[in-house]
Design a protein around this ligand. Structure first.
Ligand code: ADP
Ligand code: MG
Length: 371
């Protein structure tokens, strides 16, 4: 693949996941991380090539590719795979490159709100569902045990009733072909992933092993520093870059944009670039609107969650009361937590009774407004 000097390779992580699949203990992994945390780049630029090197036939499908008809994206991906699997194994390069380009273009800063949910959802026909099954069987027969299906943004299937038949068809086909087709699911909605794999009424209940998708680490920032130097002949303040990365909740998308801005304009300070990107991020995620719609207590609770403070201690209730200018009780905080959960602004964390915030930089945004 054409080397992308801005892509930090995560080969070791790719190998870890492939090793888990190789054990045969599970044939399906589910990875969650919020949006723009690097899932697609990882699937396409790290996992797919690693699997290819291990002689897997790799198929990448984004179920968000066609918001109204996710089955079309799946059928296209599978048809193409069947057509090409007879040929050379690296023939998928082209498809992969196209996939990542699309991600990049769609992800360019300044692009307005993305279409998240279907506005005219269509259900697959019976024959389309049958074709999904046949294509999967054909692939499995061609490359037994060596097929890797990458299903990106899989939680999209939980967002409409009409997508449910596709879930059932996939689940049944993949269940039968267990051991022949490996699957890596990724999702960017914690709630969606829980609906998909953690709800005992759902077709995919406990169907995949949920593994963590780790944040990018300090080495990533060092890597960006090297690329920065190659491009500009200047030195990137790595400690500063790292601290901005932390402030951005380890979101690579926004960090890379800050660094590219500084690369393009030597006059621009890191802080100025951060503010520019911060403003775009706030607009892109509609922070002003969210802020306006939030009740005052919800803003305080959101910030407390972001700062990992316990919410119900006497001390914290006192702090909330002082800030709110009226008495805040535990049931009041409970209601606020419920509202934030319903608005997908926070999610339960792995640790019982704890929550995490979902929007990069929004806590800082709230803090700035609170003064
Ligand atoms: N390994 C990486 N190296 C360099 N930049 C990355 C990497 N992973 C993600 N990024 C940056 O973050 C952006 C978002 O990544 P993406 O894979 O689209 O996120 P997701 O699929 O989780 O929404 C990319 O467009 C890129 O700028
Ligand atoms: Mg993605």
């Amino acid at each position: 693949m054409a080397a992308d000097i801005w892509h930090y390779p995560r080969t070791q992580l790719a190998q870890q996941y492939m090793d888990v699949l190789k054990t045969g203990l599970t044939h399906r992994l589910a990875l969650f991380a919020p949006r723009r945390m690097g899932k697609t780049e990882f699937l396409v630029l790290d996992l797919a090539p690693t699997a290819s090197r291990r002689r897997y036939l790799v198929i990448y499908v984004s179920l968000w590719g066609d918001v109204n008809a996710p089955h079309h994206a799946l059928l296209d991906g599978l048809r193409e795979a069947v057509e090409k699997s007879a040929k050379k194994r690296f023939v998928f390069r082209k498809a992969m490159e196209a996939a990542v380009k699309k991600v990049r273009v769609n992800g360019v800063l300044g692009v307005g709100a993305e279409v998240e949910f279907a506005d005219a959802p269509t259900a697959p026909s019976k024959s389309e569902l049958a074709e999904v099954k046949t294509l999967l069987q054909t692939l499995a027969a061609q490359r037994t045990g060596k097929v890797l299906l990458l299903l990106d943004e899989v939680q999209h299937l939980t967002t409409h009733e009409r997508f449910r038949p596709l879930q059932y068809a996939l689940r049944t086909a993949l269940d039968v072909l267990r051991g022949q087709i490996n699957v890596v699911f990724t999702g960017s909605s914690r709630l969606g992933m829980r609906r998909m794999f953690g709800d005992n009424q759902a077709p995919f209940y406990l169907f995949a092993e949920q593994l963590p998708f780790p944040n990018l680490d300090r080495e990533f920032v060092t890597f960006l520093g090297k690329t920065f130097k190659r491009v500009t002949k200047r030195t990137l303040e790595e400690d500063a870059a790292w601290s901005y990365f932390e402030r951005l909740s380890y979101n690579p998308f926004y960090l890379v944009h800050i660094i590219k801005l500084v690369a393009l304009d030597p006059e621009l300070s890191f802080e100025e670039a951060y503010q520019l990107v911060f403003d775009v991020m706030a607009a892109q995620n509609d922070y002003p609107g969210r802020w306006r719609r939030m009740q005052p207590l919800d803003r305080l609770v959101y910030v407390a969650v972001a700062e990992a403070k316990p919410l119900y201690t006497a001390e914290q209730l006192k702090a909330f009361s002082a800030r709110a200018g009226k008495k805040i009780t535990a049931p009041g905080v409970q209601k606020s937590v419920r509202r934030l959960l319903d608005a997908h602004m926070i999610s339960p964390s792995e640790e019982r009774g704890r929550y995490v915030t979902e929007l990069p930089g929004f806590a800082e945004w709230c803090t700035q407004r609170e003064g």
